[in-house]
Design a binder for this molecule. Structure first.
Ligand code: GRF
Length: 203
């Protein structure tokens, strides 16, 4: 499968997918990185892996509409089978969400539907939950609201702060995301309404 990655910053989840591809765990190839931030470290990771980086620097656009128009065109041009939002820090507009429905997945650092939006880890800590984690889901028109593919949990410890909890959740993100991409690329995900079924491995 042809995979395109959208990332805004550090890109450690992008790296986890690159590593899983290199290890032969995903049946696909990353054909492009798309970023809204010209300073994203993810661009260096793409360069190192020989993947073209398409930079649509959000701050250079007069409006969100103008940015999304270019993003939509770029996404259409790439002809990817799967778009992976790996720390892509903007809400996907409804036009793009509709056009790529069932072909776009996101990772969120909380156990959805709890703590959607920004700072999922901080929200979990402030709420006082004992179990936190991450969620990989399909993107729909809402905020972190699409059908859930998989989740991984971590325990919240008494002395956790935002950094320590985020770090433990990130370790699980780096396992969950490549796993979800691998399942998609193996055609093992079917979406029925809100429910994502994982089909058994074909022999
Ligand atoms: C991750 O925690 C992701 O879940 C969140 O932003 C962070 C991005 O990290 N949406 P990275 O850029 O993949 O290192």
């Amino acid at each position: 499968k042809r995979i395109a990655v959208l990332a805004s910053g550090r890109g450690s989840n992008f790296q986890a997918i690159l590593d899983a591809l290199a290890a032969g765990k995903i049946n696909g190839e990353i054909v492009a990185l798309l970023t809204d931030n010209r300073d994203a470290y993810a661009i260096e990771r793409a360069d190192a892996a020989g993947i073209p980086a398409i930079v649509l620097n959000y701050k250079d656009y007069p409006s969100k509409e103008a940015y999304e128009r270019d993003l939509l065109t770029a996404m259409q041009d790439i002809c990817a089978d799967l778009f992976v939002c790996a720390g892509y820090m903007r809400i996907i507009g409804s036009k793009i969400a509709r056009e790529f429905s069932g072909k776009m997945i996101n990772i969120h650092p909380a156990l959805l539907p709890a703590f959607s939006g920004l700072h999922g880890q901080r929200q979990a800590l402030e709420y006082g939950v004992k179990i936190a984690g991450c969620t990989v889901h399909f993107v729909d028109e809402g905020l972190d609201s699409g059908p859930i593919i998989l989740q991984k949990s971590v325990e919240v410890l008494d002395d956790d702060d935002e950094d320590s909890l985020s770090e433990r959740i990130l370790e699980q993100e780096h396992r969950a995301f490549p796993e979800a991409v691998a399942l998609f690329c193996a055609d093992r995900l079917t979406v029925v309404g809100r429910h994502v079924k994982i089909l058994p491995e074909a022999n």
